[in-house]
Design a protein around this ligand. Structure first.
Ligand code: C5P
Length: 232
């Protein structure tokens, strides 16, 4: 799988999602389905989007005991998704179990990606609430190395961290980066953002773009603009 733009389909119903995807006739973008849509519309939604010819990143961020994660991953992998994920905080053993569960009987599997430290957590909260006292970028890099050693394919991280992750874990270790905005666009509630062109320059493998596409007057044009800046 080469570099690509993934649209975050942060909608709360199947109806809204499918009417958004109906706008795309000649291209079938890679889409991200998160907890909100999955809990609302379930596996049927995944099957329907897959049937329409889209690749799917199922962003459910599993985190539980290894045996439970393995079994849950098996169910998700059987939906024929292309990328799924779990929390690196679940430990290396849990990530190995995720990988085992994701591997289908024929040996194929979706890419399995680790969530490191959520960007909603800052240094102060990490120290106070979960008693992690190392600098946050060290914590993120340590999670990335644990994920790599467990055999995972990459991490979700800020585009600002993508270069560093590649330096530490190798250029084939994938970085999936949200927090992308057009140079002339609204940044909304994202704090540290990059344009698609900057994300390309720093070496992101996939960018996850939500509102700059889903809320655009012309979503198809916004998607194509993202692809032009990031892929070509
Ligand atoms: O609308 P926007 O482009 O900000 O959407 C970004 C997507 O990436 C959302 O689905 C959001 O939940 C997700 N995400 C993020 N920051 C993270 C992890 C995931 O924005 N650190």
């Amino acid at each position: 799988m080469g570099r690509d733009v993934i649209i975050a389909c942060d909608f709360s119903s199947a109806e809204d999602t499918l009417s958004f995807l109906d706008k795309f006739q000649d291209v079938k973008p890679f889409v991200k389905i998160g907890m909100e849509l999955f809990y609302a519309a379930g596996p049927q939604m995944v099957k329907e989007i897959k049937k329409r010819g889209h690749k799917i990143f199922l962003d459910l961020k599993l985190h539980d005991i290894p045996n439970t994660v393995k079994k849950a991953m098996k169910v998700l992998s059987n939906l024929d998704v292309d990328i799924c994920n779990c929390h690196a905080a679940g430990t290396g053993r849990m990530m190995e179990a995720a990988l085992e569960g994701a591997t289908r009987p024929d040996g194929t599997r979706p890419l399995v990606i680790a969530v490191t430290q959520l960007t909603s957590t800052d240094q102060e909260t990490m120290e106070k609430d979960i008693l992690i006292e190392k600098p946050i970028d060290e914590v993120v890099m340590s999670y990335a190395m644990t994920a790599k050693n467990a055999g995972l394919d990459g991490v979700v991280c800020s585009p600002l961290e993508a270069g560093k992750v590649h330096d530490k874990c190798g250029k084939d270790f994938l970085t999936i980066t949200p927090g992308v905005r057009f140079a002339d666009g609204d940044i909304g509630d994202q704090k540290r953002v990059m344009t698609p062109a900057e994300a390309k320059k720093i070496g992101s493998d996939f960018i996850v773009v939500g509102r700059p596409i889903t809320q655009a007057e012309d979503p198809v044009a916004a998607y194509k603009r993202c692809c032009d800046e990031f892929i070509d």
